[in-house]
Design a protein around this ligand. Structure first.
Ligand code: 13P
Ligand code: SF4
Length: 357
């Protein structure tokens, strides 16, 4: 449960505004809070009336993140929450693949996403047919699929993983004796995971007609897809920031390139990055991930000096607004629906992932 509870239990729009100010005054200008408070009050009222639970990814904008979700977190935490809720409606303030995962885990519930434009460049970077081809090339290798994929791709997979448990999932497969592991679709997460575990890394052939590349044993076989946001951070950006702020703690999401990870102080999922800021004592912190998260952390930790590198934003996460969230609840839109056969097949790799602690 999040600390947004204080805002959610406000009894009037005026009280909602007062509590939003208490929470967000150092981060969101008052004029914006005034614009959003009535909407937030109405979302929280309707949520109770409709027996809905709102899940909010860590990348949501501060006025939404700190005011309406019952649960916030990274992909892994929100997957767990989707499997456990007893609400009738799950309203997912995140991107499509996250809402699909909620639907797979709670197929009899109504799962809503506030915008149809909330995609993901990684998820769009691989198809189910690509996975079938990879399985032909590497018949003995289990397929680990990042949750940032669509349901039909998960349906072709053996295990899912998130950035929070990729190392644990691959370690589990190594302990079962697997020497080749297909890891899809994020090339950088796969490379970073291989580097962390001291494994070889290869990319598959580009053309269907080519012979598969075999790496040194044990190997991770990756795929050529990247997050369009995280791939833009460069090592020289980090060097520049360090010249200006020599003791800054640089915290990178593992969708950043291995070169960027190498010059950062810590790497982890969005949840882990939040924890690093809480636990580390540094004069400044720089997050190499979607910019809104810096604001969300600043609201919660007014004593921490968060630097921002906000030139690159996730256009898909930014599609989810307070206004659309209210419309989603009012009009029961946009409902996530998946073929039952895909739900059944995609559930197994997600369940296997959730069993690994
Ligand atoms: P997390 O699982 O770390 O929250 O990341 C999701 C994501 O989309 C990162 O770009
Ligand atoms: Fe997808 Fe990247 Fe946006 Fe995350 S930040 S949702 S991986 S495009």
């Amino acid at each position: 449960m999040t600390e947004t509870l204080a805002v959610q239990t406000a009894r009037t729009p005026e009280d909602t505004l007062k509590r939003m100010r208490e929470r967000l005054k150092g981060v969101v200008p008052d004029v914006e809070l005034q614009l959003k408070a009535d909407l937030v009050f109405e979302i929280n009222r309707l949520k109770v009336e409709r027996n809905a639970v709102i899940l909010g990814h860590n990348y949501m904008e501060p006025a939404l993140f700190h005011s309406v979700p019952d649960y916030t977190g990274d992909s892994l935490e929100l997957s767990r929450q989707s499997a456990e809720t007893d609400a009738d409606i799950i309203l997912f303030c995140g991107v499509q693949f996250m809402a699909e995962t909620a639907k797979i885990l709670s197929p009899h519930k109504t799962v809503l996403i506030p915008s149809l434009k909330a995609g993901c460049s990684l998820a769009a970077g691989i198809t189910a047919a690509d996975v079938r081809l990879l399985k032909k090339w590497y018949p003995d290798a289990p397929v680990v699929t990042y949750v940032n994929t669509y349901a039909d791709v998960k349906a072709e997979s053996d295990y899912c993983c998130t950035s929070g448990n990729a190392i644990a999932v691959v370690t589990h497969l190594l302990s079962e004796g697997h020497r080749q592991i297909i890891f899809l679709p994020d090339e950088y997460l796969a490379r970073n995971t291989a580097a962390e575990l001291g494994l070889d890394f290869v990319l598959p052939p580009v053309l269907r007609s080519e012979e598969p590349v075999i790496g040194k044993d044990p190997t991770i076989i990756g795929w050529r897809a990247r997050c369009e946001v995280h791939e833009k951070f460069r090592p020289e950006d980090v060097h520049h920031v360090r010249e200006q702020f020599p003791d800054v703690a640089v915290l990178a999401h593992p969708e950043c390139s291995p070169e960027v990870v190498a010059v950062s102080d810590k790497t982890g999922s969005t949840k882990q990055l939040i924890k690093f800021v809480r636990d580390l004592d540094a004069p400044q912190y720089l997050l190499l991930t979607e910019c809104s998260m810096g604001d969300n952390i600043a609201a919660e930790n007014p004593d921490k000096d968060m630097l921002r590198l906000c030139s690159f934003r996730c256009p898909y996460m930014n599609e989810i607004t307070v206004e659309d969230t209210l419309d989603a609840l009012r009009n029961t839109q946009y409902e996530v629906s998946l073929p039952p056969e895909i739900i059944e097949r995609a559930r197994t790799p997600i369940d296997r992932m959730l069993e690994i602690r």
